[in-house]
Write a protein that binds this ligand. Structure first.
Ligand SMILES: Cc1cc2nc3c(=O)[nH]c(=O)nc-3n(C[C@H](O)[C@H](O)[C@H](O)COP(=O)(O)OP(=O)(O)OC[C@H]3O[C@@H](n4cnc5c(N)ncnc54)[C@H](O)[C@@H]3O)c2cc1C
Length: 239
């Protein structure tokens, strides 16, 4: 286990069964929007098969003073312990890791496809790009079962107001025709991309979420003729 330590400061519910956790930012810790951190429980009083460490994408952006991650609260030892943590609980950490970060060439639009909790790296990227006033065109399609399950919708709508290069398209897959919802319905497909992205021939695609979502999106893009070299993805195991 890493020797490095940080503190779990607080947490709050951000969607049904979904929490955001705020962490102290260790001195000198630098990262890029979209990168992950490994968090370890120290001497946990209970443990299960997956052990005391989990990887999380940082939701916070590099200009912010605290770190933040978000997760679906499954009934696992790791998640029980962080949810019931005393304030200032110590965690060991390692990182940052990963190269799931925004490409440099602003001439190419970014298309972010997020399944549920897979929104986490995109929150950081969009927040950071908005803060830095980056010129990249960014299109985020975020798929959830229902609006109650969908984290960060208000923040994303707010980024869209602040940043005219950012376009936010939430879609709900499990609504009945009677449910009121003004946005898209159903899973993300090529027709939905066509409706919202004016010129995607030279776009870079980023996919994040549970493995089933990422596989389905890769297949959909392949069938749509998107070059695999322009598709980057991050699978979240355990969902
Ligand atoms: C790069 C990266 C970024 C991530 N970012 C986030 C994030 O931002 N938010 C988030 O919530 N999660 C993220 N994850 C996933 C996270 O690390 C946990 O795996 C996830 O939150 C589930 O943890 P858990 O304690 O609920 O379940 P776990 O105890 O990890 O697993 C639950 C179930 O899934 C099974 N399982 C676990 N791992 C695997 C596997 N590799 N293959 C097949 N089955 C498996 C277990 O056997 C068990 O049945 C990320 C993972 C990676 C690799």
């Amino acid at each position: 286990m890493s020797e490095k330590r940080l503190h779990l400061l607080r947490s709050e519910e951000i969607a049904k069964g979904t929490r955001a956790f705020h962490l102290s930012r260790p001195e000198g810790f630098q990262y890029e929007a979209g990168q992950t951190i490994d968090l370890y429980l120290i001497d946990p009083k209970e443990m299960d098969a997956e052990g005391p460490v989990r990887t999380f994408s940082l939701v916070s952006a590099p200009h912010e003073p605290e770190l933040m991650f978000a997760t679906r609260m499954r009934d696992t030892a790791f998640k029980r312990l962080i949810q019931s943590a005393e304030p200032q609980m110590e965690l060991a950490w390692d990182g940052p890791y990963g190269s799931f970060t925004l490409h440099k060439n602003a001439g190419k639009p970014a298309v972010f496809l997020a399944g549920g909790i897979g929104i986490t790296p995109f929150m950081s990227m969009v927040k950071s790009a908005t803060h830095q006033k980056l010129p990249h065109a960014m299109y985020l399609l975020h798929s959830n079962h229902t609006p109650q399950d969908a984290p960060f919708q208000k923040d994303l709508a707010e980024f869209q107001k602040q940043n005219s290069n950012f376009h936010f398209v939430p879609t709900m897959t499990d609504l009945t025709p009677e449910d009121s919802w003004a946005g898209e319905r159903g899973t993300i497909d090529a027709a939905m991309l066509e409706r919202h992205i004016p010129n995607r021939s030279n776009a870079i695609y980023y996919l994040a979420g549970p493995a089933g979502f990422v596989h389905a999106m890769r297949d959909m893009l392949k069938a749509d003729g998107v070059d695999e070299d322009n598709v980057r993805f991050e699978e979240f195991p355990g969902y």
